[in-house]
Write a protein that binds this ligand. Structure first.
Ligand SMILES: [Zn+2]
Length: 228
């Protein structure tokens, strides 16, 4: 069972399915195609466990968590990680992944979760506290962006280069191409969210897109209700 399609979660799929199916003639493409696509509210039972499927898009489209209804543990995939923040990068042009992510955090917050089994790092408790930390992290980044573009229109690349990132580099120029790609993707996700919530304006000039803040910080947003 897979929580989402990212390569670090599906890398051994071919080997596992090949051995289970004993179908060596099947192509990689056939062996990595899902047999069943699970949807929100589906239930899966084994001898000892009963899982409810919770659709939690944001980190990826179609991401799912599995909630065990008797023992109250959560197989969280990359939705909620204990020490690192799942990257939130646009899936396609018209997606709003940070909005989806906040909605998905709210969704899990409604469950009584005793223990979280994340896709990276160790099993942890304190799911609701961690959800709040993740909300705060993205809210802080939104506010940092609003400060950066309060007086000056900038594009996503320029904004990304001015944000503070938790990486082992002292300047933007030291970021490797993959780190830059991730940082720009995260920045665009936050800009899309801020634009959809009408906190910033998008300005198009010479076929380039710039952003300008309408407010200096977020203090009354829907996601802020959990902070009060
Ligand atoms: Zn992932």
């Amino acid at each position: 069972m897979l929580t989402h399609h990212h390569i670090d979660h599906v890398g051994l799929l071919y080997n596992i399915k090949k051995n289970v199916d004993c179908s060596f003639s099947k192509s990689y493409r056939l062996l990595t195609r899902p047999d069943i696509i699970l949807t929100d509210g589906d239930k899966i039972s084994t001898e000892n466990y009963s899982f409810k499927i919770i659709l939690t898009p944001g980190h990826s489209p179609g991401h799912i968590c599995l909630y065990e209804t008797n023992f109250k543990f959560l197989i969280a995939g990359d939705h909620i990680l204990p020490k690192i923040t799942p990257n939130i990068i646009p899936y396609k042009e018209d997606s709003n992944p940070l909005y989806d992510y906040f909605e998905s955090l709210d969704k899990i917050d409604d469950y009584d979760v005793k223990k979280v089994l994340p896709g990276h790092q160790n099993v942890f408790t304190g799911c609701h506290r961690r959800i709040q930390e993740l909300r705060d992290h993205h809210l802080d980044r939104c506010n940092e962006i609003l400060q950066i573009i309060w007086e000056e229109e900038l594009n996503a690349y320029q904004i990304a280069s001015l944000l503070h990132w938790n990486v082992d580099c002292t300047s933007w120029n030291q970021f490797d191409p993959f780190q830059k790609w991730m940082a720009i993707g995260e920045t665009i996700s936050h800009l899309k969210f801020l634009e959809s919530e009408r906190f910033i304006d998008r300005v198009e000039k010479d076929e380039k897109i710039f952003y300008l803040a309408k407010l200096r910080n977020i203090s009354s947003l829907r996601i802020n209700r959990q902070r009060s």
